[in-house]
Structure formats: structure tokens, C-alpha cells
Design a protein around this ligand. Structure first.
Ligand code: HEM
Length: 287
């Protein structure tokens, strides 16, 4: 029984530096059948094993431990699998790895380092540190991707609007797009009780000045843009450029992706554009 623990200790020590050489040494140093048992299994059996066949049978469990370490099939599967996986990956990794080109390469780097460190039992923690070192290089990308400083200047929409005259502005509290959506959902903001037939002369008079509302036409429909002025992300002056006229060109130039009809919808719809002659004929019909 005492021989078994000795074998186990030797095997453990041997595994770390090199499994095969250490096992061979343990076999030589061991005095009894246990060595003989290991020998026939590893290599070839001699005549001596016959006399100690009984011992060999007892030694089988001890041998199974050493064999398990070598074969890696049962208990040691986890550490062995880690080592085995690391080695093939690392071998495959080096050629494809482009350190500067892609961050993925950095992530691939960690596995190869664990190989060298794999010999050290503590290296499991060191292996974690190894991947982190390449991470530091990858971290350089984070600042680049973190365009917060770059985006910071743009977010100062007020500054842009002041400098270029175009850009988003800081909307006053209660005038966010969500607030506008809530306000325009159900209320009639057109300023007229019913849909109107609007002539070009009528539209031209609705400039938003002198107490008159600001109307703007878009694709044959006329909208009261006055209620939307404090909600306009581009600022009131920009929106006012479309007052008293067809705002389609200005609108499409500023933001063709915005859905005018969806935002102004039914709430701000004043009516439809008609020619002066049509308006006159209608008046005649009314008479
Ligand atoms: C009629 C003349 C108009 C002009 C000249 C104008 C101009 C502008 C400008 C310069 C911006 C800032 C764009 C940016 O920061 O990239 C803007 C944003 C915006 N405008 Fe207008 N606008 C007009 C009419 C309208 C109308 C009628 C609506 C609503 C139906 C509208 C809805 C918006 C929205 C939603 C944004 C934010 C766009 C975004 O965040 O991408 N605008 N506008």
C-alpha cells in the first residue's frame, strides 16, 4: 500500500516537467513489481513480470492512475483538454494573426501564451493576465471608437446653428419630439375649423407675422407650422423659412429622411392648394 502513494507523488512531480521521462524514472527507482507493471504496459514485458504477475494485478490500480494521466481520458480530461486546445489554436493562430490590422487578432493572441505558461500550475491566473496584455493594445481602439469627444462638439447644436445657421438646436423643456408626438396625436392644431381651399395668395399672406399663422405647403397640402415652431429640432428660424410658401424644396434639402406627413399629420393640416381661378370659380358656384 505504501508503494502507491510514492508512485502518485512521483507521477505528479513528473507530469509538470515532462510526463514521459518522469514516468520512466519512477519505474527505475521503484523497487517492487509496481515498476515492472509500468514497464510492460509502457513498453515490452520481460520474463520477470511472470514471477510478479500477482503484484502486477495489484499494481493495476496504481498503474491506472499513471495511465490516466498519460491517456487523459477520464479525470484529467479538463486540464488536458485545455492544454490540447490551446496548442492547436495557438499553432493555427500565429500565421493568420495580424496584430495591427484587427482587434480579433489580439483576442486570438491570449491562447498561445497560455501554452508556455501551461507548464506552470499557477499560470492559470497568469494565462488570464496574458490575454489582458493584448487587450491593453486593443483598448487603444476603444478611445478611437469612443467618439464621445468627437461627437461632443456636434452635440452643441446651438453652436452649429449659430455658426452655420443649420443644425439641431437645444429644445426648451417640454418640446421634445416625444412631446410633439403626444401633443399632435389627437388635438387639432391647424387653427381652422374645417379643411380650407388655399390659394397661392392666401398662402403668401400666412407668414407667421403680424398676428397671422405660419402656413407652409407640401405636396399640394397646406399645414399650419406655427404650433411646431418650438418643437422643430432645426430651430424656429429654419422652419420659418418655409412660412407663406411651398416648403418642399427647403424641407428636402435639410432632411429628406423626415416624414412631413407623419409628423404634421392631420393635426396641422389646413387644407389643399388650389389655383386662384379655381377659388374664384368656387366662389361663383357658392353665389
Ligand atoms: C420648411 C423648412 C425647413 C427647414 C429649412 C428645416 C431645417 C432643418 C434643419 C437645418 C435641421 C437640422 C438638421 C441637422 O441637424 O442635421 C432640421 C431638423 C429637423 N427638422 Fe426641419 N426644417 C424644415 C421643416 C421641417 C418640418 C416641416 C418638419 C416636420 C414635419 C421638420 C422636422 C425636422 C426634424 C424631425 C428634424 C430632426 C432631424 C433629425 O434629427 O435627423 N422640419 N430641420
Amino acid at each position: 500500500m505504501g508503494g502507491k502513494p510514492l508512485h502518485d507523488e512521483r507521477v505528479i512531480k513528473d507530469e509538470r516537467p515532462g510526463v514521459t521521462e518522469l514516468t520512466a524514472k519512477s519505474i527505475d527507482s521503484s523497487t517492487a513489481a509496481s515498476n515492472l507493471d509500468g514497464v510492460p504496459n509502457v513498453g515490452e514485458g520481460d520474463s520477470t513480470p511472470k514471477a510478479k504477475a500477482t503484484n502486477s494485478t495489484e499494481a493495476v490500480p496504481t498503474f491506472s492512475l499513471s495511465a490516466s494521466n498519460d491517456s487523459e481520458p477520464v479525470a484529467p480530461a479538463k486540464p488536458a483538454a485545455n492544454i490540447s486546445t490551446a496548442s492547436p489554436q495557438s499553432a493555427a493562430m500565429p500565421p493568420p494573426v495580424m496584430p495591427r490590422s484587427k482587434p480579433a487578432s489580439a483576442s486570438l493572441m491570449p491562447p498561445p501564451k497560455p501554452k508556455a505558461a501551461s507548464l506552470m500550475p499557477p499560470p492559470s491566473s497568469s494565462s488570464l493576465a496574458a490575454p489582458r496584455t493584448p487587450m491593453s493594445s486593443a483598448s487603444l481602439r476603444i478611445p478611437s471608437t469612443g467618439p464621445l469627444p468627437n461627437r461632443g462638439p456636434p452635440t452643441n447644436s446651438a453652436q452649429r446653428a449659430g455658426s452655420s445657421g443649420k443644425g439641431k438646436v437645444l429644445l426648451s423643456p417640454g418640446h421634445s419630439p416625444m412631446d410633439w408626438a403626444a401633443l399632435s396625436r389627437n388635438e387639432n392644431l391647424s387653427g381652422v375649423p374645417t379643411l380650407q381651399r388655399v390659394t397661392p395668395s392666401m398662402l403668401k399672406a400666412m407668414t407667421g407675422r403680424k398676428g397671422k399663422p405660419a402656413w407652409s405647403s407640401y405636396q399640394g397640402k397646406v399645414y399650419n407650422i406655427t404650433p411646431y415652431l418650438p418643437f422643430h429640432p432645426g430651430g424656429e428660424p429654419e422652419l420659418m423659412k418655409g412660412a407663406g410658401r411651398d416648403g418642399a424644396a427647403l424641407f428636402m434639402e435639410a432632411h429628406p429622411w423626415v416624414n412631413w406627413e407623419g409628423m404634421m399629420g392631420q393635426s396641422c393640416l389646413v387644407g389643399i392648394m388650389v389655383s386662384e381661378s379655381e377659388a374664384v370659380s368656387q366662389l361663383d358656384e357658392m353665389d
